[in-house]
Each structure stands twice: as C-alpha cells, then as structure tokens.
Write a new protein. Structure first.
Ligand SMILES: *Cc1c(COP(=O)(O)O)cnc(C)c1O
Length: 465
C-alpha cells in the first residue's frame, strides 16, 4: 500500500532527525555480520515493499557512520537539510534527463539559474562564465584539467597528449586533493605531470619553491599547464596564497585553478569571505555543494571563465541525440563529462530558495564559531591545536601523544568503540600524525563539543592509566 510507504518514509525522516543525537555515530560491525544480514536476499521470491522498506531503514540505521549526526566531526560530509531530501525524492520520481535542454527545460534552466547566482558570489561574471553541476569535486577537477588542455593544446583532442613535444605540468602541493592523481591518469598526462611543490612553514604553497620548480622543469622540457591553489585543504582547512599563485600563473600563461571544494562556501559569510580573496581571478573553480552547503551527496560544481575551452573539451555530435536547442541554451552533454544526467542542482536550488543566502550565512557562521569554541575548549584541557585557519577544521594533539604514551589511532579505537563522537586523524606536511575534528553539521551545538572533549579525555586517561 503506497500510502503506508510514504507515511513510513515521512515518519522515518521526522524520527531520525529528532532522535539522531541518541543514535550511535558509528557502527562496530564486521563485513561478515553485514553479509549475513544480506544473505536472505536471494532475489528468488518477491518481498512486499512495506516489509522491504522497514528492513532497509533498519539496516541503514544500524550499519552506517552517521555523517548527519551532530557529533560527526569528520570529513567534509554535512548534515542534510530536508529541502535536499525532498529535492532528491522528486528528482527520482520525475527522472528528468538533463543531457539535452529539450528533454528537461525546467531542470536545465533551474540549474543554470542557481549557478548564475553562485557565480556572482565567486566574483565571476555570469555573462562569460560557464558552470555546471558535477558528481563531486573530483569530476570538477577533471573538468578543469580537460578544459585547460583544450585551451592550451587544442591539438591533443585528436592526437592525444603523447604527441606533444613538451610535457604539460600541473603544480600543486602535498596538501592538494588526491583526486588530481586520478585526473593525471585519466587524462593521459600521467602522474609524472603532477609537480609537487614544497610548502612553507604553515603548510601553504610556497611561491618561492614554485618559481624554482618551474624554472628547473622548463629546462627539462616541461611547460606549466596549470597551477592548483587549494582553498580549504582536506587535511587542515588551509588556504593557499591565491593572489600570489594567480599572479605567477598569469606571468607564465598557465591556467589557474582553485580547488575550493569545501572552502568556497565561506564566500556566503561576510565574516569569512576575506579568506578566499583572489578566487575571483581563477580560470576555473571547484566548489562542492555536498560539502558545506548541506545537501545530499552527488553535488559538485565547476565554474570556468573560458566557455570556448569547455565547449571544445566536451562538444561532439551524434545522429541519435536530439538536435541542439538553439538560442543560447546549451545542451549539458556537450559541455560536461557526463552524458545522461540527473537533476543534481535541484537540491541546491530548493535548499537555497528555502532559507536564502542569509540563512546559509547563519549556518556557516555558526559552524565557524563552533570551530573557534572547540579550539578554546581544547586549549583549556591541555590539548594543542596544530593548524591555523579561520575555517572550522581543527587539528590537534597532546603532549602524551608526542611523548609516545599512546598514538592517535589508539585514541580513535577507544572513541569508535563507544560510538559517541566521530573524529579522524591525518598527517599534515609529512610530519606528525594528529587528530582532526571538523564541524560539518549545522546541528552541532556547544554541548556536542563538550561531549567530544569528555570523550577524548576519557580515552586519554584510559590509555595512560
Ligand atoms: C573533497 C574534496 C575533493 C573531492 O571532491 P568529491 O566531491 O569527494 O569528489 C577535491 N578537493 C578537495 C579540496 C576536497 O576537499
């Protein structure tokens, strides 16, 4: 009975949201246990949708690290706003096909409309910018490199990068996102094209080291294709010196890409926007809505000021795709890596429309404030913060970890066993391994930070007594 299913789903949305603080953040489960639960599904006999839905709800509740939990202080996975859940449900129901404009006039225009408004927040001109939704930041970074190749070496479209007499190089640091490793493989540039430049004492892109590296690479027959500045590094939320990198890129005629997958959302806060100064000079930007804009996964964004480069990277013609829509409407399959496309942007459109930019500013400022509070609370409990950023990623350690009394993974093991808070650990700049807590949920409160402090103190004492 369909009515029951929708009542059941509606109930689950409400009750999960209401009860989430009391649910363990993470499961403690073995692969064998999950497989045992799945073994009854032999697909030999049908199961009623009511029963099946109840079971799947139970399995998802039990066997998931709940990234939407207010005490998930983890990777850049946010709590989701209900508007985004509604949008993904409606997208599944209508299943609009966004490969071509003519199949989904509302959805294609809705995405472009939403992206226009975000384009302005970047300081780009909507009139000259091409922007599209992607599966995530990895696809946006791939789009950037393919567009830069089309711009600087249009001949590679046919002859491939192997036929070039120079070797294109991409400059980044050890703190850059590892999606560039896959991008280097997928584009045929090879990972040797990734030139890892030394960072300074603050783990930021060293422009001195960059210039030296480029000089010696050019002598070796390489040519700078792209400089990647990261705005909000995955490990420590650091922001590379964007204006300086932009200047060097301009001087060399290289493409300047800013990977701001998580950090770009700070543009929506008038208090935090300053940290992204220089992003407006980029040739292209990666910005994930599914990180700090609190929508369900699968929502990255790619912005680029070189329309023609993007078109030539992705345009082709077939006999079976409906004719181009004419006018100034672009068929997404001719300007993005994807072919069949879902309406990724609807969850961003609905979330933004529901609370507006002012609503987002409140959510983002709240999380940044909690990041600052966490730094204060750690300091008063003799934990040492090891990174410097205005954004809410806090890396920290303890004298007893530095003295070798226990390791970060010993401590995480105790935390995960108890399931009250979730944090991770990370190595910044090839030095020591430290703990990492990011405020990713707009639901987190001061009491959740106190619980985090209680949990790490409990773990520390149990490991040293
Ligand atoms: C998360 C992240 C990515 C990858 O984005 P996905 O959405 O996971 O594909 C790229 N760059 C940075 C800086 C990130 O934090």
């Amino acid at each position: 009975m369909l009515e029951n299913i929708w009542e059941r789903i509606g109930h689950e949305v409400d009750s999960f949201t209401a009860e989430i603080r009391d649910v363990p953040v993470n499961p403690n489960v073995s692969p064998a246990e999950v497989r045992e639960r799945l073994s009854r599904y032999t697909f030999d006999s049908p199961i009623g949708l009511d029963e099946l839905t109840n079971e799947v709800v139970e399995l998802l509740r039990s066997y998931t690290v709940h990234v939407t939990h207010p005490r998930y202080f983890g990777l850049f996975n946010p709590s989701v706003r209900i508007a985004g859940v509604v949008a993904d449900t409606l997208t599944a129901l209508y299943n609009p096909q966004l490969a071509v404009w003519s199949h989904a006039p509302f959805a294609v225009e809705m995405e472009q409309h939403t992206l226009h408004h975000l384009t302005r927040k970047l300081g780009f001109s909507p009139a000259t910018t091409v922007a599209n939704f992607t599966s995530g930041g990895a696809e946006a970074n791939l789009s950037a490199v393919l567009s830069a190749l089309a711009y600087h070496f249009p001949e590679t479209s046919e002859s491939g990068v192997a036929a070039l007499s120079v070797k294109p190089a991409i400059y980044l640091t050890g703190e850059s996102h590892h999606s560039f490793v896959k991008v280097a493989r997928m584009t045929g540039l090879g990972t040797s094209a990734l030139r890892q430049v030394q960072t300074d004492a603050h783990h930021l892109f060293s422009t001195v080291a960059l210039r030296e590296r480029i000089e010696s690479d050019v002598r070796d027959g390489m040519t700078p294709l792209m400089i990647v500045g990261t705005a909000g590094t995955t490990g420590a939320g650091l922001i590379d010196p964007l204006p300086e990198l932009s200047e060097i890129a301009k001087e060399l005629g290289a493409w300047f890409h800013v990977d701001a997958a998580w950090g770009a959302s700070a543009l929506l806060s008038s208090k935090l926007r300053y940290v992204l100064a220089g992003i407006e000079t980029a040739d292209s930007v990666t910005w994930d809505a599914h990180k700090w804009l609190s929508v369900p996964m699968g929502a990255g964004m790619f912005f680029c000021r070189h329309r023609e480069a993007v078109r030539s990277a992705f345009t082709l013609a077939t006999s079976y795709m409906p004719d181009a829509s004419g006018d100034d409407a672009i068929d997404p399959y001719t300007s993005t890596p994807q072919w069949s496309r879902r309406a990724i942007g609807l969850k961003v459109f609905m979330s933004l429309a529901e609370i507006g930019f002012a609503g987002y500013e409140g959510l983002i400022d709240h999380q940044a404030h909690l990041g600052n509070r966490l730094r204060e609370l750690l300091a008063t409990h003799e934990w040492q913060v090891t990174n410097e950023t205005a954004l809410p990623v806090v890396c920290f350690t303890h004298r007893e970890i530095r003295d070798g009394l226990f390791t970060t993974s010993d401590l995480l093991e105790v935390l995960y066993e108890r399931g009250k808070v979730w944090i991770s650990d990370v190595v910044i700049g090839d030095r020591e391994r430290v703990l990492r807590a990011c405020i990713t949920s707009f639901r987190s409160e001061e009491s959740d930070l106190r619980c985090l402090i209680d949990e790490i103190e409990h773990a520390r004492i149990s490991l040293t007594s």
